[in-house]
Design a protein around this ligand. Structure first.
Ligand SMILES: O=C(O)CCC(=O)C(=O)O
Length: 264
């Protein structure tokens, strides 16, 4: 697993929990959505939903993350990326580390967990193997309301023939490095495509674009304190948690807007 990840810049699939458990989490998500509206693309959802934090700190995930980046780990983000059935929403080819404002330590991994079926029809993730070893690619900002990415950051001239699809069943996860080129196509299925995307970084990572960014130590020790501490939800939804979610989402979007995203 580890060797495959370091060679290719991603690993998929890894089963984390059963289909039934994934259904239970999906019901919990959709129950909250029925009260406050769609939860697509909000930041740090573990500040509002305790069960999201429980998944993020699952032993299977953290053991694998520790294998990849070492024992002192911060959880930086947890975002639902939801493509509604039969919609044009897609994710353009990009590298994550080009727009978060971090320093160049590159010790970062994303874990993408399927809460519904993610396959070629519903628009699963696609990766370019080995692209994480080629440094930062030039990104263009392309305005397109169908693109999930808020800045529309896009790497052009990708050799699509090299792309590897990462289909996942509910309860399975894929993992990718912050410099791995990845994308996903529209959801042509009749069900929602629901991904829960976690970002993990090492405790020595620095945020260069904000003094007010936050994260939470989920394994080992944080002797650096480069990030404020996120407040973790105590329940599965409450008003205080909702306020935290909105505040942190606004902060994250501001940080991304102010970043140059490597437009050379
Ligand atoms: O959910 C998707 O289709 C894309 C997610 C993504 O870009 C990411 O996990 O970095």
């Amino acid at each position: 697993m580890k060797k495959y990840y370091f060679t290719n810049g991603f690993y998929s699939p890894l089963r984390l929990f059963s289909n039934e458990k994934a259904k239970k989490y999906r019901n919990q998500l959709e129950d909250v959505e029925s009260q406050i509206g769609p939860l697509h693309y909000f930041t740090k959802t573990y500040t509002m939903l305790k069960w999201v934090y429980d998944i993020a700190t699952d032993k299977i995930i953290l053991d694998f993350i520790e294998d990849l980046i070492g024992k002192n780990i911060l959880l930086y983000n947890a975002t639902f990326i939801i493509k509604e059935p039969q919609t044009k929403t897609y994710v353009s080819w990009h590298q994550d580390l080009t727009y978060w404002g971090f320093d160049n330590n590159q010790k970062q991994v994303s874990a993408w967990i399927a809460l519904s079926n993610a396959d070629a029809t519903s628009g699963c993730m696609q990766m370019i193997p080995g692209s994480h070893k080629k440094g930062f690619f030039n990104h263009k900002t392309i305005k397109d309301s169908d693109n999930v990415l808020s800045r529309g950051q896009t790497v052009n001239n990708i050799d699509i023939d090299k792309a590897v699809s990462c289909p996942l069943k509910p309860g399975e996860a894929s993992f990718h490095h912050g410099l791995t080129l990845h994308a996903s196509q529209p959801n042509n299925s009749n069900d929602r495509r629901i991904g829960l995307n976690f970002q993990y970084i090492t405790t020595d990572m620095k945020q260069l674009k904000s003094n007010d960014d936050s994260a939470i130590c989920v394994r080992g020790e944080d002797n650096f304190n480069n990030f404020k501490k996120d407040i973790i939800a105590k329940e599965d939804f409450d008003e205080e948690g909702h306020k935290r979610l909105l505040e942190r989402t606004e902060h994250y979007e501001k940080t991304i807007r102010e970043n140059n995203i490597n437009e050379l």
